[in-house]
Design a protein. Structure first.
Lengths: 315, 123
């Protein structure tokens, strides 16, 4: 698999672009592809950053082909598809194809299956014109290209609505509501399905989560803030009393999807990066904007006491 | 709420220190003392950043002006600043104007003098 970003560490990204390190309701697209590939029975899986030197993606493929690997599945990580990889292999085998490329209605999905011979021929400098044209595998299931923040947000929404095979992590505590057991929600938190609350996330009193929103792992949402049609990426801490709508928030950075605007919330004291593994520190709350008292607040494991409000209640 | 009182325009500085903050608040307090249903327009035309201090100051202005049954507006804010004001729900207590309004003659409404006290500039 080839990623744009390094699989090990997150990188800064340009406004409007998606990052492979962003989780989709609990797991990154890379992790979901890895599971799909493992489940298909693939023997060896390698993740290579597109610009990595060494090994480049091509070098890795050549090494494997030289080492005797018969079929190489190449996934360039810029899309997500509910593709049945076993069916792809059968199609490739039945057609005796040397190379099979996967297409959907919009074009290639960046997924291809290569025979060992085709890879070795490429290494000897035989151009693609001299070899047989790649076969085309038409995929008609769910597929999306993760080219932008908007498409990322759409994928989250589709996952929460059950339009694709992505299963949110954590427990399903209500219809289309998933909450990780390690999340802590104040009793006054209002949740409108569908939504997702990730691991080690803390929602303070009066928080409202609505509109197909996802709050990923290790986030903290302060008193009375509303998260509406938005994705809060891991390790983000939001101040109190905010109304975050149609946005993707990553630490200090908020991108508004409708307006294509990016603002630094940290500068205004409205958000900050929450260190991974850090538990809720009530003494630290005044550092962010806090307009209400947190007296009387207590936390509890969501799986025991929390009951989400139904969608009809939200109307 | 429609305000029938005087209209004031106040330039909103880009950078703050404790002295300018107090001076700004003092001017608003004097404005409230001398007028009824004032309409205060904060001119954000040259403001590039909104920090926590600025948000607190706008809230303070709203508090003060509402004592005189007045209304606060923000004019000429950049899209980024407008987004932050929406995010903090400030837009529920202030009006947003695309630019500083002009009089029927096409003239800009004069600003509040910073040192010379307050004047009713456009009743």
């Amino acid at each position: 698999m080839v990623t744009r970003d390094s699989p090990d560490q997150p990188v800064g990204h340009y406004p409007g672009t998606w990052s492979a390190t962003w989780p989709v309701v609990g797991k990154t697209v890379l992790e979901r592809w890895l599971k799909r590939v493992h489940d298909s029975g693939a023997g060896v899986v390698s993740v290579v950053a597109r610009d990595a030197q060494p090994p480049s993606p091509l070098r890795t493929m050549l090494d494997w082909a030289s080492g005797g690997v018969e079929k190489i599945l190449l996934i360039i990580l810029g899309s997500y598809a509910d593709i049945d990889l076993v069916d792809l292999v059968h199609f490739h085998h039945q057609g005796r194809n040397r190379v099979t490329k996967v297409f959907d209605r919009q074009g290639p999905l960046g997924i291809s299956l290569h025979d060992r011979g085709a890879v070795l021929k490429h290494s000897k400098g035989i151009s693609s014109q001299q070899t047989a044209a790649p076969a085309r595998y038409d995929f008609r299931g769910y597929a999306t290209r993760l080219s932008s923040t908007i498409s990322y947000r759409q994928l989250v929404q589709d996952a929460l609505e059950g339009r694709c095979d992505i299963q949110p992590a954590g427990y399903q505590v209500g219809e289309n509501v998933w909450i990780d057991p390690s999340a802590e929600l104040h009793p006054s938190v209002r949740i409108y399905a569908p939504c997702y609350i990730g691991a080690d996330t803390h929602l303070h009193a009066g928080v409202t989560v609505t509109g197909f929103s996802s709050i990923e792992r290790n986030c903290e949402i302060d008193l009375g803030t509303t998260v509406d049609h938005s994705c809060i990426l891991p390790n983000t801490r939001l101040a109190s009393g905010l109304h975050v709508a149609n946005s993707v928030v990553d630490g200090r950075r908020l991108e508004h999807l409708d307006r294509g605007l990016v603002v630094d919330l940290g500068r205004a004291g409205l958000s900050e990066v929450r260190l991974p593994g850090k538990r809720v520190d009530q003494n630290a709350i005044p550092k962010l904007r806090q307009r209400r008292s947190c007296a009387g607040e207590r936390s509890f494991p969501c799986s025991e006491n929390f009951k989400p409000e139904s969608s009809s209640d939200a109307m | 709420m429609r305000c029938k009182g005087p209209l004031f325009v106040k330039h909103f500085p880009d950078h703050w220190n404790r002295k300018t903050w107090r001076s700004f608040v003092a001017e608003i307090e004097r404005l409230v003392e001398h007028s009824y249903q004032p309409r205060l327009i904060l001119d954000f035309t040259n403001t590039t950043v909104v920090g926590q201090d600025a948000i607190d100051l706008i809230l303070r202005c709203v508090e003060q002006i509402e004592r005189a049954d007045g209304r606060v507006s923000v004019a000429g804010a950049s899209p980024e600043i407008e987004l932050i004001l929406e995010l903090t729900r400030m837009t529920s207590v202030i009006d947003m104007l695309p630019s500083v309004p002009v009089t029927s003659d096409g003239e800009f409404i004069p600003r509040i003098p910073t040192q010379d006290g307050l004047h009713n500039l456009a009743a």
